[in-house]
Ligand binder design. Structure first.
Ligand SMILES: [Zn+2]
Length: 675
């Protein structure tokens, strides 16, 4: 693979006087940027009237970029629509499940099932591809913008009603089949025709059948994926071989219904918008959460790399602001993204918008157009670290451990969070409890500096790994359990979480003792459990004398959930040890030898202290080498294009650290080559 690391910036020339353009572009080139993302909200400029296309504006922009040897990534501007389209057909506007209709003038307001929006978008993308697909200056395409974000993954308009009924008829063939699978005998909701089935609009109290909600998530995901694939197909026919196609996905990874793996399947790479702090957060996300997010996006596409289409540069929010990170940390997040697999970084944005909804999204430079401190740090990093970063940025990452997620189980958790401890809503349209829990399960890999992958139950190749973590796997697929069983028998080490095996793939409660199909593999039975909400339960570690002593003096706790475990063949690793609980003394965490491998069953979510001690044992028993370099120190091993070892050390703390005899400044990065 060639040495590739693309530095870019998101630029909106339509928001500035033309007199600024040339000095902007001149500075981009001088500072070391290679490319500029443009056009992503420019539909009314490109098609000012129905069927009348005008490319003069962007022809001029591209000519200017070319003159300064910069390249362009074109965003297809279909996350908004021109006013004439709404005049022509007001039903293109989406309806949120809360019954709020979306209005023109916002973004992501179109229903992706509205025929006239689909048709207008197809014609526009065709016209753009016809005009720009053969231009050398264009090196890539970004499909739409944050498809499904801000609650736009769900629409409940009449277009969606018709499409939903068609989707159901295709999936279930007969209404009797649907009635049986959904269990509609419950509360007398048996249907006699597909067109009787409601859309899941928000209810005053009790909501819809969870089977209906789950299918609506699948249907809505298919809608969004088809929306993107239609554009990919049009562009693919017209583009030159050097042009890549991606889309900018957004955090939190599993907080909405869209299957992002499906979404990027026909593209060349996944794209990501990397915001470790946004809006009114009073602190940035923990570094292991950002590592989780970046590793997730790397795992979406077989290419094993991804592009950051929006990288945080200045403080950001729509109506409120929060924590201001130091400029050194802004640069650290860039280097973390590259270390975790990004081979393109586009900073959002070149300059803060003077007006409108993103006035509080600060860019590299502010509206006064004077050099900022963060600009100096960003540019210095590009100019000094780029030569070494590009030696490995496009090389594959080798991992021996993997966190496995299940898309349907994550959808279910949105509707049934199980415990108050799984309910987290940073915005009204977001439920990030599943992500928070998965990040907790990825954290030990980061803390112990064991490079980890993140894959779905559908795409994971078990044989690549020595250790696999599988939390919250409720909607159990028997074929996957058989694969896991064979892998463990041959020496794999599985860390299985509470509620695994509790449902069938159709979301029925299992008719077996929990953990259902995993009972023999885990060597345990679970007959009762308690949701811990925001509380916790004290644990006593039993895996070694030293850990037993430690947990006597340092509180080790379980959070979110407590399975009361009965062991068949498993060994007890931790017990509940809490006078407030009637199940004190019962097993909480176990380990079962199975064939040449082992299965750890975690009946509760370990807190940070328990995680620290427990995973040292788990990683060692799996034959891995846990290396704790201090909290906030992240080490990622990479291989350069010519086969040399590269170690990236990231200091996520405000203090100077000494690691391997080298000093890393606060929020600093060190790259060690050839050792
Ligand atoms: Zn709709």
């Amino acid at each position: 693979m060639s040495q590739t690391l693309l530095w870019g910036v998101d630029w909106y020339p339509e928001q500035w006087e033309k007199t600024l353009w040339e000095s902007d572009v001149q500075r981009m080139a001088a500072q070391g940027f290679h490319a500029v993302r443009i056009m992503e909200f420019a539909w009314p400029i490109l098609e000012p009237k129905l069927g009348t296309y005008d490319f003069t504006f962007f022809d001029e922009v591209l000519e200017l970029l070319e003159r300064y040897n910069l390249r362009a990534v074109l965003g297809t501007p279909t996350a908004i629509m021109p006013a004439w389209l709404v005049d022509q057909d007001p039903t293109v506007l989406a309806v949120h499940p809360s019954r709020l209709s979306r209005d023109f003038g916002c973004r992501r307001m179109g229903c992706m099932n509205a025929p006239s929006y689909q048709e207008a978008a197809r014609r526009l993308v065709q016209a753009i591809a016809d005009h720009y697909g053969n231009k050398q200056v264009v090196i890539g395409w970004q499909i739409d913008n944050e498809i499904g974000h801000e609650g736009s993954d769900h629409c409940v308009c009449d277009h969606c009603r018709a499409a939903w009924h068609r989707w159901l008829a295709e999936r279930y063939t007969t209404i009797e089949n649907l009635n049986e699978k959904w269990g509609t005998i419950f509360w007398g909701s048996t249907y006699s025709r597909f067109d009787q089935i409601p859309l899941p609009r928000q209810q005053v109290a009790t909501s819809h059948n969870p089977a209906l909600l789950l299918d609506y998530d699948r249907f809505s995901s298919d809608t969004a994926v088809l929306w993107a694939e239609t554009q990919v197909r049009i562009i693919r026919e017209k583009t030159l071989p050097h042009q890549f196609i991606t889309t900018n996905l957004y955090p939190a990874p599993l907080s909405q219904c869209i299957d992002m793996e499906d979404m990027v399947r026909t593209m060349d790479a996944a794209g990501w918008d990397n915001y470790p702090v946004w809006g009114n957060q009073d602190e940035s996300l923990p570094y292991f959460f950002t590592s989780y997010v970046l590793s997730y996006v790397r795992g979406l596409h077989p290419s094993g790399t991804f592009k950051v289409m929006e990288e945080f540069s200045g403080i950001q929010g729509h109506t409120q602001l929060g924590h201001l990170p130091p400029p050194e940390q802004v640069v650290l997040w860039t280097n973390q993204a590259i270390a975790r697999g990004a081979n393109a970084i586009f900073y959002f944005r070149w300059r803060t918008a003077p007006f409108a909804q993103e006035q509080l999204c600060y860019g590299i430079r502010d509206t006064d157009n004077v050099e900022t401190e963060r600009e100096r740090h960003i540019i210095k990093n590009i100019q000094t670290l780029s030569p070494v970063l590009k030696t490995f940025a496009s090389e594959p990452i080798s991992a021996r451990v993997c966190l496995v997620y299940d898309r349907d189980s994550s959808r279910l958790i949105r509707e049934q969070p199980l415990s108050l401890g799984m309910e987290m809503r940073p915005a009204p349209y977001m439920q990030v409890g599943y992500d928070a829990e998965l990040a907790r399960w990825f954290a030990p890999y980061v803390i112990y500096n064991v490079t980890g992958d993140i894959k779905s139950t559908r795409s994971v190749t078990l044989e690549n790994y020595k250790l696999i973590s599988l939390p919250l796997y409720e909607l159990t697929d028997e074929a996957f359990v058989i694969r896991l069983t064979n892998w463990v028998a041959q020496g794999g080490h599985l860390v299985l979480g509470w509620r695994s095996g509790s449902r069938t793939r159709d979301n029925w409660n299992t008719d077996r003792v929990l953990p259902g199909l995993f009972r023999e593999l885990a060597g345990v039975q679970v007959r009762s459990f308690e949701a811990l909400g925001k509380g916790s339960v004290r644990l006593s570690l039993m895996d070694s004398l030293i850990h037993r002593l430690i947990s006597t003096f340092i509180p080790c706790k379980g959070e979110v959930w407590a399975d009361i475990i009965e062991t068949d063949t498993a060994q007890v690793i931790a017990r509940y040890h809490d006078k407030r609980k009637h199940y004190s003394g019962k097993p909480a965490i176990t380990c079962n030898k199975f064939g040449a491998g082992s299965v750890w069953y975690l009946g509760t979510s370990p807190d940070a202290t328990t995680t620290f001690f427990l995973y040292k044992t788990i990683l060692k028993q799996a034959g891995l080498e846990p290396r704790f370099l201090g909290l906030g120190i992240e080490e990622i091993k990479r291989t350069s294009h010519d086969g040399n070892n590269v170690t990236v050390l990231l200091n996520h703390t405000p203090k100077k650290k000494r690691i391997y005899g080298r000093i890393i400044p606060p929020w600093g990065t060190i790259v060690i080559e050839g050792e």
